[in-house]
Design a protein around this ligand. Structure first.
Ligand code: SAH
Length: 244
């Protein structure tokens, strides 16, 4: 049996947003590896072994998956939303780079709908012009780097998608990020708080940055800061296609 490894994104929550390519890989798989809540989204079936693991185990999980594939198993590493955006795909390539023993494993990355695209679609077209995405988690990068990127993004007048805005272990960072953006002169910009998009708990709130409070976000929230031209039209928010 020839093994393979697919790193697949399960989309933002709604099963209708799982791509046919990901569904096909899951139906051919012998093993599914991933963070327990994501593995739980894959139904058990005959011939499929589920390998749930805890948060923070990304590198070990990547090594386990590569080892299984090298042994001839058909392995899907499941990731939330898109596997290449602040998720498992980079961890698999870190594992591959660290040890040459898996270099012949057939690896595919199967995209999914990342949170910022699901959130943007819900509100209109806030990413309709130039934008960037910043992960506010300082687990793997120092906070001054985050502040610098926020300042430069504000200066360049990008719309900014903020992933991982706030968690119980990082309660203060998001408030500081809002302050950095206000100090950079963005107080009048539109901010979208998109919570648990495409799930039953979805909640969308749109406010002006000067009125944004840290408590409006949690770990299941994707925050979009509009650019200086982002505006409302009816119940929608969009970024015009032209910039001056
Ligand atoms: N790979 C994921 C991102 C992982 S980082 C992706 O492509 O979207 C986890 C962060 O993603 C969360 O803290 C939150 O900011 C965002 N996120 C993931 N799913 C979301 C959803 N359904 N609604 C809003 N934000 C979401």
């Amino acid at each position: 049996m020839t093994g393979w490894l697919a790193i697949a994104g399960l989309g933002p929550g709604d099963a209708a947003l799982i791509t046919p390519e990901v569904s096909a890989a899951l139906s051919e798989a012998t093993d599914v590896v991933g963070y327990a809540p994501y593995v739980a989204r894959v139904g058990a079936r005959e011939g499929l072994t589920l390998h749930p693991s805890d948060n923070g185990m990304e590198l070990k999980r990547a090594c386990d998956a590569l080892k299984l594939a090298a042994e001839g198993r058909k392995v899907v590493v499941v990731s939330s939303r898109d596997p290449g955006v602040f998720a498992m795909a980079a961890a698999v390539f870190e594992a591959l780079e660290a040890s040459r023993k898996w270099q012949d494993v057939a690896i595919r990355v199967l995209p999914g709908v990342t949170a910022m695209l699901a959130a943007a679609a819900r509100t209109g077209a806030p990413l309709g012009h130039d934008f960037c995405a910043i992960n506010l988690s300082d687990n793997l990068k120092p906070w001054p780097v985050i502040e610098k990127r926020l300042r430069l993004a504000a200066d360049a007048d990008f719309a900014i998608a903020l992933y991982n805005p706030r968690s119980t272990s990082r309660a203060d960072g998001f408030g500081r990020a809002l302050d950095v953006l206000r100090e950079a002169g963005c107080g009048g910009r539109i901010v979208i708080f998109a919570h648990a998009v495409t799930t039953a708990k979805e909640r969308i709130e749109t406010v002006s940055l000067k009125d944004a409070r840290p408590e409006m976000a949690d770990m299941a929230t994707l925050v979009i800061i509009g650019n200086s031209a982002t505006r409302r039209v009816g119940r929608f928010v969009y970024a015009p296609r032209r910039a001056s």
